[in-house]
Design a binder for this molecule. Structure first.
Ligand code: ZN
Length: 491
């Protein structure tokens, strides 16, 4: 069933009804990670936001081709045209091949995304695998007169472009604002005609290892080229949605628009969507501030700012409890509140499966499905969906406690709605009373069972068997402590 989905378009600064370019196929492009370090909250938020959009579009009847790229070349330090390539720098520091760095962090990124129950995109193209497409894009822009060569590098001529088009329309800036904030006296700036110009192709210095031949020099593409080239390759000259974090609006997405207009005459994107940022205890995240918490550190609780570990579903639920265009502030208190809220929701979901139908309903569940759809249709308002589900949870509890009754039809409707919105659309994995998945619960039960066998062996004075169990578990990495009334274990 198609729903009247309304989304906020960053470009027009207004909510617009979503009308796909093609009847049944939606094209969606989201900027993926630059893989030179472990994934952190700044990666989790766009991944989860656009995962929910991806899931929702499919639930309301669209086929979706979702492209999320991997930046493995050309992203220089400070997100500008100077400094070292982020991946090459990591490779130099760790004495690895750049592609070893890419593979290592990409594997870890995928693991973290899987833990967060983020679906893999339809296509995950690497920038380094699309150098030819990027060189062709640069040629088109040069041919159309919006770029120039300087010392083997190619720069986009922003002032010239701005005379005919508006450079800054996405971020709401004009060229003077941009000029005032541009840095100068940095590497490469003397090659530019104007400090606002940006690199489309950079000639590689002698020591630069990531380099490819081009008509202009041995070098590498500018960071912004990849998304324009790969979006066009896989989604066509015009596609529906381009997403990313708000921090990418300027310069990255602004430059993408300029490249698209300068090469093909118009912007290839119909709806620009951006998720807001995450702060930690009210502060911006940053390596220098010591509050840069990776997802693995959240999952294990191993960062000094964390009071305890927070499971991937707690992180996911926490992110969905805020609207994607609001800022989110992470603190232990807020995360603990989310953990409790998620437990409450899962409790009602489990109780729902145990309810017995009555001939008539005294509980009112009317309209819950449409209320949840209405919230999703209003620019993906997941916090409102969650509040409707909490309301329904109160109904479930009163039936569970025998204070209300529910008919079979209403019961089935509630079961369907809970599954649809909790699991299929919001992507929350169902857990048991202890907040664990079925596999985790089974694993813990097996370890307890083996340790109970050891207790029995001890009770029967079969010391050899008791020691064997203990030694083998220890060799597997278990830490076993005997207690007066039993045992404790950890791994
Ligand atoms: Zn991008």
């Amino acid at each position: 069933m198609k729903q009247p989905l309304v989304i906020y378009n960053t470009l027009t600064r207004s909510k617009e009804e979503f009308k796909p370019l093609h009847e049944n196929l939606v094209g969606m492009y989201v900027c993926g990670p630059t893989v030179y370090g472990d994934a952190h909250l700044g990666h989790a938020r766009p991944a989860i936001t656009f995962d929910v959009l991806f899931r929702y579009l499919q639930q309301i009847g669209y086929k979706v081709r979702y492209v999320r790229n991997i930046t493995d070349v050309g992203h220089l330090e400070h997100d500008a045209d100077e400094g070292e390539d982020k991946i090459a720098k990591k490779a130099r520091l760790e004495q690895l091949e750049p592609m070893e760095v890419v593979q290592y962090y990409l594997n870890r990124y995928h693991k973290a995304m899987e833990a967060l129950n983020v679906l893999p995109p339809s296509i995950e193209p690497h920038a380094s695998g699309h150098i030819i497409e990027q060189i062709n894009l640069v040629k088109e822009i040069l041919d159309n007169g919006y770029a120039y060569e300087s010392e083997g590098s190619i720069y986009f001529d922003v002032p010239k472009y701005n005379r005919e088009h508006h450079y800054g329309k996405l971020s709401g800036r004009n060229l003077d604002d941009v000029l005032n904030t541009s840095r100068d006296n940095l590497d490469g700036q003397q090659e530019k005609h104007n400090p606002v110009d940006f690199a489309l192709w950079k000639k590689a210095q002698k020591e630069h290892i990531m380099r490819w031949p081009s008509p202009w020099s041995d070098g590498f593409p500018g960071w912004h080229c990849e998304c324009t080239a790969m979006g066009r390759k896989y989604l066509g000259n015009h596609f529906d949605i381009h997403g990313g974090g708000m921090d990418l609006i300027f310069p990255h997405h602004e430059c993408e628009i300029a490249q698209s207009v300068a090469s093909q005459g118009d912007d290839m994107v119909h709806y620009w969507m951006h998720n807001n940022m995450i702060t930690i205890n009210g502060q911006k995240m940053g390596k220098s501030l010591g509050n840069f918490i990776t997802l693995d550190e959240f999952f294990t609780g191993s960062h000094k700012l964390l009071d305890q570990p927070y499971g991937p579903m707690t992180i996911r639920f926490f992110i969905l409890q805020a609207h994607y265009r609001s800022t989110v502030d992470f603190s232990n208190e807020a995360l603990q509140a989310s953990e409790k809220g998620l437990e409450r929701l899962m409790d009602s979901y489990r109780r729902l499966q145990q309810l017995k139908p009555s001939p008539v309903s005294s509980a009112d569940i009317n309209g819950i499905r449409q209320k949840c759809f209405d919230a999703m249709n209003d620019d993906l308002n997941t916090p409102i969906v969650i509040s409707h589900l909490f309301d329904a949870g109160r109904t479930i509890n009163s039936v569970y406690d025998g204070k209300a009754t529910i008919s079979e039809a209403d019961l089935n409707e509630l079961k369907e709605v809970f599954k649809l919105f909790i699991e299929d659309i919001m992507g929350l994995k169902v857990t048991d009373e202890a907040g664990q998945s079925k596999a985790e619960t089974a694993y813990k039960a097996v370890v307890d069972m083996v340790l109970n066998m050891r207790m029995e062996a001890k009770a029967n004075k079969d010391w050899a068997k008791a020691d064997k169990i203990r030694n083998e578990l220890t060799a597997l990495g278990f830490d076993i402590k005997d207690r007066k009334d039993g045992f404790e274990w950890s791994i």
